[in-house]
Design a protein around this ligand. Structure first.
Ligand code: UDP
Ligand code: GLC
Length: 401
């Protein structure tokens, strides 16, 4: 099966990192079409996944944009759709991995008569999206997508509550290769030395800098913890949220945390950094659609403290519920951090269990098998229609109404 993947971003966010694992088995028969250039393109190239940047500048529409911005962007959109229509003739299925990719993919699917799959990495709620974007996403997915892959039950529920068709929606979790999450003592010691927090209890936060990722909540919590608790923030303002990054730096000074906090920017060596931490904090203040960092921390066998909302609740199982705290509550977060510091043997037992569970539940091979089966269904339905319909009309009408 030949797949044309579409993604709007040149930045390696979670949705894009997820796509890398999904595209790998198809590297000899797929193309990833990006609407923007950037480091994500290089990551795909490193993995020998064919990639092409399809637009010469990023689409101007944002999550909170209304109809007027949408209409203004048509000048950019139409040439992109034309290019995707042309490309899609060489592929069996169009796989839209982001919301803007859905818009382009839906139009291209209609025009080229190729089936469309939409991978939904968001919780479609008013907290994250303007009403225009929300209804556009649901309408296009309902009308044009043969299947919607929701990144979690939480994402699926929100989609269905917003009017999305439940019968085409399947939960597809992110897949990981557990062998990539191993680290030895020497590597860990080296990282600890570089971080220059000798003998301190180290909390790691691994996320792009963005208000809803709640890095400020961890700062507020840290101020309530003893002096020997320190933090590294790994990640950058990937989507232009530079003001928030600056605000965090200022807040560190206001709270007198300069000696206890380091901002490391975007890093590609996540695994040794995670392994060098005593615990990992996830602090999103809006429901997290999935939360790759939570699974990655579990795979690295690190104790996690995560915000109890969205997909994250589905990621931790059996006896690890103590690790969840209410979103946006620095008081509670500080209490759990202090507990972890004093109960390290106990947290290691949980971390060990969580590692074993996550190695099975989120194994890349299991997820990729599920994806392959679902894609096979899409293509079979399509072929069936084309070969048996006495009066072939566009497949979009037969399979998607
Ligand atoms: N990440 C990374 N380098 C960084 C910060 C984050 O590679 O400096 C990765 C992180 O390991 C995770 C992804 O970025 O795989 C973020 O995905 P997540 O689902 O946690 O959140 P998103 O940013 O997609 O909302
Ligand atoms: C998005 C979501 C994140 C999720 C990732 C992969 O970036 O914000 O929660 O983990 O997609 O599905």
């Amino acid at each position: 099966m030949k797949i044309l993947f579409l993604d709007q971003s040149g930045q390696p966010g979670g949705a894009e990192l997820c796509l890398i694992e999904i595209a790998k088995p198809y590297r000899d028969r797929c193309l990833v079409g990006l609407f923007s250039d950037g480091p994500f393109k290089q990551l795909l190239e490193q993995e020998q996944i064919p990639v092409e940047v399809l637009a010469n500048r990023p689409l101007q529409v944002r999550k909170d944009s209304g109809w007027i911005t949408g209409i203004k962007s048509l000048g950019q959109l139409l040439p992109l759709v034309a290019r995707v229509v042309q490309l899609s003739k060489q592929f069996d299925v169009i796989y839209a991995n982001t919301q803007k990719a859905l818009v382009v993919g839906a139009l291209a699917s209609f025009l080229s008569q190729r089936p469309l799959v939409f991978h939904l990495h968001d919780i479609l709620s008013a907290e994250h999206f303007s009403s225009t974007n929300l209804s556009l996403a649901v309408t296009l997915a309902n009308r044009f997508a043969s299947q919607v892959f929701a990144t979690s039950e939480a994402a699926r529920t929100a989609f269905v509550e917003a009017g999305g068709r439940p019968e085409i929606t399947h939960v597809v979790y992110n897949g990981f290769d557990p062998t990539q999450y191993e680290c030895d003592r020497i590597q860990i010691e080296q990282v600890r030395q570089q971080l220059e927090f000798p003998g301190k209890f180290l909390i790691g936060h691994f996320s792009r800098l963005s208000p809803w990722k709640g890095q400020h909540i961890l700062l507020e919590a840290l101020q309530r913890c003893p002096e020997n608790i320190t933090t590294i923030f790994v990640g950058d303002a990937l989507y232009g949220e530079q003001d928030y990054a600056e605000m965090l730096q200022k807040r560190v000074i206001e709270l007198g945390l300069q000696e206890r906090v380091r901002f490391l920017g975007f890093r590609s060596d996540i695994v040794p950094l995670m392994c060098a931490c005593d615990a990992i904090a996830h602090t999103s203040i809006a429901p997290e659609p999935f939360g790759r960092v939570v699974v990655e921390a579990m795979l690295c066998q690190r104790p996690v403290i995560a915000a109890q909302a969205g997909g994250v609740v589905e990621l931790v199982q059996l006896g690890v519920v103590d690790w969840l705290v209410p979103p946006g509550d620095p008081e509670q977060l500080a209490a759990v951090i202090c507990l972890y510091q004093t109960q390290q043997e106990w947290t290691q037992t949980f971390a060990h269990q969580a590692r074993i569970q996550s190695q099975q539940r989120f194994h890349r091979d299991v997820i990729n098998q599920q994806v392959a089966q679902l894609l096979e269904q899409v293509c079979n339905r399509d072929r069936h229609y084309i070969s048996y319909s006495p009066h072939p009309t566009p497949h979009t009408q037969s399979t998607r109404l």
